[in-house]
Design a protein. Sequence first.
Length: 344
Amino acid sequence: MNTENQVLGLTKLSQYIQDFLAKDQPTYNEDDAGFESLLKKSQIENPWFTIENQRFALQQWTNLLTEENINNWLKDYQISKISKRVGLIMAGNIPLVGFHDVISVVLSNHVPVIKLSSKDKYMIPFLLKKWNEFSEGSVPFEFIERLENFDAVIATGSNNTARYLEYYFKNHLHIIRKNRTSIAVLKGDETEEELKLLAEDIFRYFGLGCRNVTRLFIPQDFVIDRLFESFLEFQEIINHNKYANNYEYNRAIYLLNQDKFWDNNFVMLKEDEKLFSPLSVINFSRYSSLDEVKGFIAENEENIQCIVAKEELGLGSVRPGEAQNPGLDTYADNVDTMKFLSVI
């Protein structure tokens, strides 16, 4: 097995990305210029993948991929002695969303057979090739258009797609992921800084990730203006054409239906019990007892990826500002990918 080389290669990849992110364009070498052109190409083909958000995603990976982090993650798992082919059907809602699956498969001594999302088809191949270079050629991978000849599969899609995938792969070992979203629970005594950090959990990646907060719980006496004030650092989001189209459409629907909502010209707050909200809208409700919140969480557990709240509320949450910084041992749909890969 090549795990040692692969881990060393990952740390070198992390340093390579960090060095690139630290440079200014006038100091780019030919390799840096190629990296930057790839970011631009991704943004042109998928306008949701802004350069800023791609660089943010890359920075999160450099923070994660230290030798200590990787080894602490791997020590809890038995690495498979027999290499299998694991099909990966990728999502493309946020940059590099499928990279954790790729790393998990490789470090489990398997071969990722990858069907890329059409929305995110440049960065993962680039990083995989670099990782392989830094690992002395010990990182196996394949890119395919149609998934054939595989031993297990990990697939991500919408709830509708997931039903089809469950049926299609019913005779194979599989993990099928569905739509999820995240919630935030405010105690009421949050500082302005904490509320600004919550805005990061809401607006990063335009709210398109499963770890983005789309549903808020606030105390009965909480003043909504405090939220709008904390959101101001993200007001430029309305200048993004696709986001603005969603905002204008949803606002028009609410006005036509005479729905009650709060608006600050780039995001709307709507008092609604639904877990999922449309893009540019945050659903909220007021609670008088934390038991109400816990009841909602229990009823919607299968659809909640992450809870943002102060630790003292005892909700198994992450702190404001941390939703988009998951650890290596944090898994989509809360299904332990590494455990699955160790027994296939």
